[in-house]
Design a protein around this ligand. Sequence first.
Ligand code: ZN
Ligand code: ZN
Length: 233
Amino acid sequence: MRIIEDLHTHTYYSHGKSSPRENVLRAIELGLESVAVSEHAGGNIWIGVRGKKLERLNAELRALKKEFAGKILVKNGLECNVTDFGKSDIPKDRSGYDVIILGYHKGVAPVNRFAWHILMESFGGKSTPRRNAESILAAAEAGHADIISHPNLYLKVDIPYMAECARQLGIMLEINSARVTMSAEELRICRDKGVKLIIGSDAHIASRVGDFEKALAAAREAGVLDSVVNIEQ
Ligand SMILES: [Zn+2]
Ligand SMILES: [Zn+2]
């Protein structure tokens, strides 16, 4: 089993502990072909990276890309937030980004009734899995997201529907290795629907970059390893 790439890592630019360089060095140590720093996007009030700070991060990643060319492919990613029904903070101009991840997170200011509803749900309110899935998928489609991170986290989604639509849209679903958010049954539904699965460490410290242990165990148990795109068996 070989891990090809980890596209979901955070740094001290948001609420992580390590620098982008430390994440890259750890990925090299593990023999990964590529690694992304995919910080929380600006729509998140608490941890979003925006403005001058985001410019500094982007510049740092461009420099790391050059410095480590030939050793590892450093990718500039962004983990964006669903902000409203079908809407997100994915940048309009995504040309500087190699990978766009979209997920539902707490910490987004609610702008209307739907946004209030999902915020309430994330704190234990009434669940609307189909509508939540529709909302995330519409936002992912509109912003051309590559990956939907941790489906079901904070907000329950209709996995059969999400898997079917994500496959049609060419969007991958993440098996998050910090906390596995899909059951074995749901992972098998993803496999059967033919959607691509990708493991992300969601590392917030360099030592966890490429830590796929929990996700691999879940994928193995569910029998879906063949659907995981970023490992080689
Ligand atoms: Zn996330
Ligand atoms: Zn994350």
